[in-house]
Design a protein around this ligand. Sequence first.
Ligand code: MEV
Length: 343
Amino acid sequence: MTSDKRFITALFFLSLISFVMKKIVVSAPGKIHLSGEHAVVYGKPAVVVSTSKRMYVTLETSNSPAKNDDSQVVLSNLRRKDAYINEILKIIETKYKIPLSDSLLITINSDIVRSCGMGSSAALAVALIGAVLLYIGQPWNRQIINELAFQAEKFKHGNASGSDPTIVTHGGLLWYRKELDFLKTFWLLPFKIPKNFAPFLLINTGRVENTGELVKAVRKRKELDKPGFTSLITRIEEVTRGMTGAIHDEDEIDFRDSIQENERLLEQLGVVSISVKQLVRKIESIGGVAKISGAGGIKSGSGVVLAVHEDPKVLMDISQKFNFPYFQAIFGGEGVKIEQIVT
Ligand code: MEV
């Protein structure tokens, strides 16, 4: 078959599918890097957990009943406005050689805070890819969703490790390592953060830089002092191992020590701002521990801070004093999920 004929056949099947499928809803969770962020870009392991906060992507054919919903956008408009979404859709169109209908309606709802290290861009890629693959009649395949989302992450952040799309796709507690761009290994750990550990509070310190800029800043740090950088990420690897062992062995003291040391190492990597260092020292001064999670931030805030103390109320008071909003989330949320298909 010539490529023109293939294109026309694809268009024919696509219009057939869109006639059959009226609505698809797919969701994906946000994540928290417990340890290993940044070092994971250089081949070291990371341990990452999914959260109960989720992103929901709804696709509807234009012949489905109109909704009185401002968040619903026609695909062609969204593609023009949002380069990241456009790239995600281009990745799918290129792989499956199928053009997506411009009149498809899309709604994105999320309770994952954006640009704060909680994986909202990975959740968007994963949920959107999952929804579009169903729409074009592909089987539900997490491995493919993750691989395509990894391509989208590389477009957005440059040198991405792939840990974000992997945790968002699979959910749970993840041990992740990128050996090479085409060789990524991971284990979904068959245990959870013990229920008897003190509760976490997530403090949103905001940030101005994006993940790509922060990953670049760390690369500069590496170029300035290679031996110092190597010993830092080697120590981060040891802490990641120690933390994972502590979760497995239900050893809360070791777990907390790992959080504290991980934070110090991230500070030495240069991805924690002055105000966030002050917040963390304050939490430590009252017997708690805290660390940034994800890419961090230098100029203003450093994204979401994971804080632990027996009495979350004291953490709430400190966050308020620093003028940072806080929230709680359950760890270990389900990975990418089909919420609804209406035919
Ligand atoms: C960002 O959520 C985590 C980083 O390690 C980047 C990456 O792994 O791609 C900073």
